[in-house]
Structure formats: structure tokens, C-alpha cells
Design a protein around this ligand. Sequence first.
Ligand code: BGC
Length: 721
Amino acid sequence: MDTWLLQKEGFNVQDAAVDGSRFLCANGYMGLRGVPEEASSALFPAVTLAGVYDQNGDRWREPVNAPNCLYIRADFNGLPLSVEKTQVQAHRTALDYRYGIYSRETDFGEVRVSSRRYVSMASAHLLADEYRLVFFRDGELTLQAGISTDIWDINGPHLFDFRHSEGETLVTTCLTGQNRIAVAAAQCVRTDFEAPESLRKDETGIFRVFRRIVKKDETLTLWVFSAVYTSIDDPAPADAAQRCCAQAMAAGFDACLQAHKDAWEDIWARSEVMMEGNEEAALALHASQYHLNCVAPRHAQNMSIPARGLSGQTYKGAVFWDSEIFFFPMFVYTQPVIARSLLRYRIETLQGALKKAAEYGYRGAFYAWESQEGGIEGCTNFNVVDVFTHRPVRTYFRDKQIHISADITYALRSYWEITGDRSLLMEGGARVILECARFYLSRANARVDSDEVDFADVIGPDEYHERVTNNAFTNMMILHCMESALMLRDIFADREAWFDRLLKEMDYENDWALLDRVRGRVRQSRKQDGVIEQFDGYFELEDCSMETVRSRLRDPREYWGGDHGVAGTTQIIKQADVIALMALLPERFTDDQVAVNWDYYEPRTEHGSSLSACMYALTACRTGKTDKAWELFMKTAGIDVTGGGKQWAGEIYIGGTHPASNGGAWMIAALGFAGLRIKNGGLTLVPRLPRQIDRLSFPVTVNGQDYRVEVARDGGRIRQL
Ligand code: BGC
């Protein structure tokens, strides 16, 4: 078995949505869905751009899909060489995870079409495709290669005022509707054959058309180089795209491919987790690491990653807590510069968070639940559509999921502790921590009859229970945020001029006094036989089985949460909540506490979010439940191999890749199975190798120093490199 290769035989239009994600190529700047070159918008082709958003009317704001600039279609003797239009004899799709190369081979009987393509890791704006035709009889070929403006959008259209220009390079420019951002796509083509060429330019795009009489056994190859730029990247995006294509064309397909592969080699040298003794697991792990690595911002220093990566417009292309809690760990331990970028994005969107807090009447920083460019809140008040009435359902994620600010400060502190680099704190990170702590001070509810401080009317990670009070996860993460602020004071105040200046600027004197008062008073959750109550009153909810709740559904796509959701009145939860807390703050809980809570909550957890299984797996490792951890690891790591995960929330499509699971797989392997920890500034291991594998080894960078961690049956070791 090739543990770097995903393969699929056959073509089925029903699988197009899932396969487009499973076979994704991306480089952090853009994502190219894994569909054949000739795909119409019915197969959901997309070149999704990172960080470029648009809103059409009052529909949801979402990322922009660029014109499809690797579009190729061919006809042979009038037969469309298209998987959609012609019955194929055979069709194989593959994705090479090591180098992010998508390939397809389609047997149309008289002709075989094969191609391999990639989105360059070496040059952020470049895409390239090698497209080959082999003929099994004489005939006439028409081949079209160009830039298609038949763009698939969920809430579009987003691009207008298309202009095309031809020459050596075809160029299409257009503008987004809302902010008039210019998007330019360019394409150059080289062929190994001579053919009369004409141009087709219409409302579907601009295309070179080649016509040729071919002979049996002839092989023709076309190399396509495309580039995408926007006016955010360059004031003259069309020129830049044209230049990029021309340079690639001059260098040639092989040289560009080599540079791309070298860039991937470098990524793997820094991050690959090698798992020996189980090929299925090794493949799943390669898949997860590929999918997370390929969406990482490498072309910018201040960008984060959307919850569905660059696999399309699902979840509005927004940045969630997924970034800090699920993606961040792999990056901070393997490629800290990317971890830094994720956090710089938060530092630079602080204004948005201050504005959001003010909108709700609070001080400090309340980060967007679904953050778009500049920290714009993409989450609407009606985030789910009811499958029965087709009406939008009022959801409270936007206003009540306040743990988001603490998740960000948690990652900021971890970055500092793991990299030893405090420059991020000095460059705005400290301000973020202080503003978040300030937000919680103003959001806290003091009781008049006791000393305790509540956080009422919130939503924890388990979104099926909305508007609850004292969610254990939220309260403890808030406490961690407040303690982080106080820690900054202890370390830097009256010692470091930059910090004293910051405090003065922020007029923080009164906030220190409040933090000192509140920190010891944040309400601790009730416990029953050692089980931490997820929120006040949770234990009083109906305690029924998952099957009972599932049996109450009247539509498989029905939303389990919200006002009428089947889970809301029960103890059934969507995803890890108390257990997520135990995974994030392990030192605050004993092994016994983790075990008791795990046993209570796991059977009550739907794992209805791809963020859930990894938290249970991590905590299962700690309590020695390695078989259970293994099962959850395979579920987590395999999600984008099998195309698992929910596709619908009510009537909203939520499919795509699952970077949170991808990051979760790294966490389970490194922090769970190997048990990597930082203790008193040093690295330690508590190996929990599952019996299903023989060995695990991976690189990490801590405090600027590179290490290799190796875990085998006889124990683990850490080698300094
Ligand atoms: C989960 C959230 C998550 C979001 C994006 C939701 O289904 O409940 O925790 O942040 O998906 O992945």
C-alpha cells in the first residue's frame, strides 16, 4: 500500500461534492477543488481565494471563488471528453499527498485523457496542469483551454464586470461586487503539437481553441500555466498574473514542478509524523497532515485558516476557534512561523473585536465567532435553516459563544511558552490578552447574595445547549485568560518599558484591581460523583441515550440544537465540552478526574462536530484507554480520506475538508500517543503507544531548538538535533 496516495476508481456525480474536497490541492493562497478539468459548475469546481470575501445582497458573506483558470475541455469526433456528458469506460482519480499532485485518467474508449496538476507551494499564485490525450483511432479533435467564468458559488455571484484580453497569455479581470476588489486570472499554454488555433470569447469565459486531425496511437500533450492575483496582492493584478504565467512558462513544467516538490519536502521535513506498523493509519495521518499543511498561510504573515480550509465557501470561509485550539498546536511545534501568522491575524483584527464588544455593550475584546477579513463578524443571528419550515432559526453562536476570546489568549500564551519568543506579546499580543480579560470583567455577572461570579447566558463548545449559565469550559478558560493577564503583570510591569507604556495607554489600573478581586471568585461547577457539571442545571436534563434522541428525529438533516432541537432538553451533547477543557488544561485535573468525566460524557456525546473525537482521544490516552483512543484517532485522521463528517446542519451545506480534525490527528499522535509535554521549560514524554502501531517518530521545534521524538514499544526518547 502506498501510504501517500489516495485513489478512487469510477465517476459518480453524487460524490462530486465530497470528492472535490478529498482531492483538494491548495497552497494557503488558494484552493483548487479536486474535479476534472472539464467540470461544469454542477460538479462544484472552485479556485477559492484565502482572505478575499464578498457579500451579494443580504445573502451570507463568503470567500470569493476566482475564475476557473485551469479549464480544459476536448471533443473527439463530436464526442465530448467529459465525465459529465459521456459514459466513461474507466476513470481514476488520485491525490499524491507528499507533493499535492492531483491526477486523473479517464478512458473514453476511443481516447484516454490523463492529467496531473498542482497548486504551487513554491509560487503562491501559480497553478499548473499537464493534460495528455492518447487516441485509439483516427479522427478530429477540438481542444479548448482557457479561463472559465462559469463559477460555482454558494451565495454568489461575487464577480462582475468581466474583461478578457488575449495574446501570448489570456487574461480575465473582474471585480467583486461589494468592495470592488479586482481579481485577475491569467493562462499560458504550451503544446507538443502543431494545430490551427482560434479564440472563443463569450459570457462563459475566454478560450483557445485547437483543431486537429489525429491518427490512431498518437499522443498529444498540453501544458497549462495559470496565475491568480487580486488588487489586495498587487495594484496591477492582471500584469502580475501575466508575469507569473510567463515566468512559469519560460521555466517549464518540470522545473516548476521540481520547485513545488522541493517546497513540500521542506514542509514534510519539519512536520511529518511517521507511524510504523499500520499502513492504513500512516495513510490517514499523511492525509491529515497534507490537508492542514496545504491550507497554511505561507505567503502572508498575518493570516489564519478558515474552518473548512480552502475547500470552498462552506462556513463562510470564516476563521473560528478551530484555528487557535485545533490548528495551532501542530504549527507551533513544527512551523512556528505559521503559528505566529495565525496569531498575528488576531492581533491585527483586535479593532473588530473591540467593536463587537462595544456593540453588545461591553468593554474590551470580544472576537468574532466567525471571523472574516479585518475581524468582521460573519456569523449571523440566523445561522441554521429549519428543514420543516425552511425558515432561518435564531441561533446564538454570534452573541453567546464568548469562550472565543479566551481560546485566543490561550494560544497566545502557549506560543510564548513553546517558542520562547515573546516578540509577539510585545507586538500586540499582550494588548490582546489584556483587552480579552477586560471583556470578561465587563461580561461577568456578580451575585448580590454571594461572593461568586457567574458567566450567564453563554454557549460552550457544545452548541446544542444554547444560553446556559456557568459552562465549565467557558468559566475555566476565562479564568485562564484572566490569570494570563495577571501573569503578564507579574513578569513585565515595572520591569519592561514597553509593557508599562501599554498599561498607561490602556488605562488599566482599575482593571488590575478588578482582576485581583474576580479571579478567585469565578464560579466553580457543581460535581456529582466527580463528574463536573457541563453547566448549571445540566444534570437535571433528561438523561437518555443517543438512540432515543436520534429516534426522535423526523428528518435526517434536522438540526439537533436551537429552540426545538431534539438534543436541547437532554444530556446529549454535540461535541467535547468538559472533556475539551481537560484536554486543554491537563495539569488542572488528575487522571482519576479525567477518567470519571470521560466515562460519563463520552456515551452522551454525538461527536456531531469534527472537533470532538480528538479531544476524547487525547484524554483517553492519558487514562490508558488506548484502544478507545485508537478508534477515535482513526476517525479523526481518516475523515478526509473517507469523506466523513456531517454534510448538513439543517438546510445549510457544511461539507468540505476538516482542518480541525487534521490538527487533532497531529495532537493525538504527538501529545497523546507520544505524550509530549513541556515541563519546567524542558520536554518530557509519557508514551502511550497503541498496540496497533510499532513506532512513532516526528520532529518538533521548541524554544528555537529542533528535536526528534521517537516512541517505540520499549519507551520513548527525545533527540536534540
Ligand atoms: C462546531 C464549532 C466549530 C465550527 C467550525 C461547528 O459545527 O460546533 O465548534 O468551531 O463547527 O468548525
